[in-house]
Design a protein around this ligand. Structure first.
Ligand code: TRP
Length: 370
């Protein structure tokens, strides 16, 4: 077996748009921390363009555009190409081959039960229009992504847990049939519950481009302010400042749960020592929505302004971004190619790895003639 004792991280994102705050708190922030912890032997981040094509087959231009957007988002949040290999899924043919073999490790019944795929089929209207086979089987391709890098840890948002479960089943089945070959990965999700599933600014379950309820990492300060002030509803019963208010189901407070730390009070809102005190005041009455939103905007800006500045720098050097990706692809091709060779050997389809099969076939023919 390959990298058995190493600690290896692989994550990926679909390049269907720029990355937003949901991506940031759900996974990106953690990836940067893990990268800088020095505890991992290898770290890979992949732009999952092939996966994005499974439900955007008619719109390849969108995927092409967003490859650079996603990589710029990576670089601007602090993914460091010296420490993390950034690569592009379509440039790694071993992933396609692995997917094809792993398709034999799952049943269509099992794929139909994948809760994330089920929800996405509904969301995209595939239930009526017809379901692309590539989309239906993308969890298998995701298993190929993860295992090709021998990933031990996969930091993802909560919605990806079914993918990890499916991957683990594929690994276990493959290893049972062909001998111990693939590494069993583990998911890593945020500890903070609100960070696991940040709602859109309108309070809807998820940030989504089509709903217009996202705050993108590359949004201007003006847009961030507009999204918070214009789209975040608070408590409909909290009409006057003196009225008692609800903090549960109040998006402003949901976001504060995800982003606010104690130090933010000393810095931006010294009337309170912590979020509990602030919430108490809101519930009692006497704390206005404007103050809460202003506080939230200050906190978001503290996170977003360095990201925005860094992005502006990288945007001026797309040549360098291209080189980072090209170098990453080369390294990833080697790593994933090695895994494919190991898989082919385990499956005994490595006929042409050397000439040893010639002897084997000669022996066979001799026996057949006896
Ligand atoms: N499905 C993931 C998402 O939508 C993206 C992805 C593709 C991924 N391949 C992966 C995530 C491998 C983790 C590991 O966000």
């Amino acid at each position: 077996m390959g990298n058995e004792k190493k600690k290896i991280i692989l994550t990926a994102d679909r390049p269907t748009g720029r990355l937003h705050l949901g991506h940031y708190v759900g996974s990106l922030k953690r990836r940067v921390e893990l990268q800088n912890s020095g505890e991992y032997d290898q770290i890979y981040i992949m732009v999952a363009d092939d996966q994005a094509l499974t439900d955007n087959a008619d719109n390849p231009g969108k995927i092409r555009e967003n490859i650079v957007n996603v990589v710029l988002d990576y670089l601007s949040v602090g993914i460091d190409p010296e420490k993390t290999t950034i690569c592009v899924q379509s440039q790694l043919p071993a992933l396609h081959a692995l997917t094809f073999y792993y398709l034999n490790m799952v049943t269509t019944a099992r794929l139909s039960r994948n809760p994330t795929v089920k929800a996405e089929i509904q969301m995209r209207g595939f239930a009526d229009e017809g379901l692309p086979a590539g989309f239906f089987t993308y969890p298998v391709s995701q298993a190929a992504d993860i295992t090709a890098f021998d990933a031990t840890v996969v930091p993802v948002g909560e919605d990806q847990l079914p993918m990890l479960e499916q991957t683990r089943e594929i690994v276990e089945k493959f290893n049972r049939i062909y001998g111990n070959t693939l590494v069993l990965p583990e998911a890593m999700i945020p500890e903070n519950e609100t960070q696991r599933r940040l709602p859109g600014v309108d309070g809807k379950a998820k940030m989504s481009k089509s709903l217009g309820n996202c705050i993108y990492l590359s949004d201007s300060a003006k847009t961030v302010k507009q999204q918070v002030n214009g789209k975040m509803f608070t408590d409909p019963q909290h009409l006057k400042i003196e009225d008692p208010g609800h903090t549960e189901g109040n998006v402003v407070f949901t976001y504060l749960d995800a982003f606010c730390r104690e130090e933010h009070f000393a810095k931006f809102l010294p009337d309170y020592a912590n979020l509990d005190e602030m919430k108490d005041h809101y519930r009692r009455g006497g704390l206005g929505d404007g103050t809460c939103k202003k506080f939230l905007i200050s906190i978001l800006e503290e996170t977003l302004s360095p990201i925005r500045e860094s992005r502006a720098k990288w945007e001026k050097d797309i040549d360098a971004v291209y080189d980072i990706m090209a170098a990453g692809n080369e390294k990833a091709r080697e790593v994933t190619g090695n895994t494919l060779a190991r898989v082919e050997k385990a499956m005994r389809i490595d006929y042409f790895a050397d000439r040893s099969v010639v002897k084997e076939w000669e022996e066979l023919l001799k026996k057949q003639h006896q």
